[in-house]
Structure formats: C-alpha cells, structure tokens
Design a binder for this molecule. Structure first.
Ligand code: HEC
Length: 106
C-alpha cells in the first residue's frame, strides 16, 4: 500500500513539473528553428529574396510584423506565406520569438 502511495505521489510531482514547463511556453531559440531555413540561423538572410533582414529589426518591429501577419494587417507580396508560419503562435510565443530575434543583432 505504501509503495502505491509513493508511486502516485511521484507521478503527481512529475505531472506538476511537466505542466509548469508547458505553461512557460516554448523558448525563442526553439521556436526560431522553424524560421531559420528562410531567415538564416542568425536572422541574417533576405528570406526568399523578399524580406527585410530580421536581425536588424527591433523587438517592437518584429512583434508588430508577426502580429500583423497573423491578422493580415502587415506585409508585402508574400505575406500569405508568413501568415502560415505564424498563425498558430500564441502571444507568449510571439514575445519569446521577438526577444530572441532582436538579440541576434551583431
Ligand atoms: C518559407 C520561408 C519563410 C519561413 C519558414 C519564415 N519566413 Fe518570415 N518571411 C519570409 C518572407 C518571404 C517574408 C517577406 C513577406 C512579405 O512579403 O511581407 C518574411 C517576413 C518576415 C518578417 C518581417 C520582415 C519584413 O520584411 O518586413 C518577420 C519578422 C518574419 N518573417 C519572421 C519570421 C518568423 C518569426 C518565422 C518563424 C516562425 C518566419 N519568419 C518563418 C519567409 C519565411
């Protein structure tokens, strides 16, 4: 009986740890792995020959751009493509990404 209680207790602890890290959301460097193919590992590329060099953008500019792609108020000829990249990001994801990308500036 004691062993079962112990097992349940450790399961509960493990679940608590897993859910608290989910609450924090994914970190910017992990999320950015989905973007690096077009924008470069350091945000240094002109994606598909069209985008700005995002490493040169400020955190606010990046946040505005991502939120604008999500709701269709920002972008150029290829904004539809970017919408597909960011539409599923939460507000916290956008924040982590913007902080991370802005930190890439050399
Ligand atoms: C398939 C290639 C591709 C991927 C993957 C991609 N992007 Fe883009 N990104 C582009 C293109 C092309 C543009 C320019 C779109 C336009 O016409 O507005 C752009 C524009 C941007 C801009 C605004 C720059 C500007 O020109 O105003 C930001 C910020 C940005 N992307 C961030 C991201 C983030 C963050 C991710 C990952 C979640 C990502 N991108 C994934 C191709 C890509």
């Amino acid at each position: 009986m004691k062993t079962i209680t112990k097992t349940i207790k450790s399961l509960l602890v493990a679940t608590a740890i897993i859910s608290s890290s989910t609450l924090l959301g994914a970190d910017g460097s992990t999320l950015y792995k989905n973007c690096a193919g077009c924008h470069g590992m350091s945000g240094e590329k002109v994606a598909l020959g069209k985008s700005k060099v995002i490493a040169n953008m400020s955190e606010d500019e990046i946040t505005n751009a991502i939120n604008g792609y999500k709701n269709g108020t920002y972008g150029g000829a290829m904004k539809g493509l970017m919408k597909g990249q960011v539409v599923k990001l939460s507000g916290d994801d956008v924040k982590s990404l913007a902080t991370y990308i802005a930190s890439l500036k050399q």
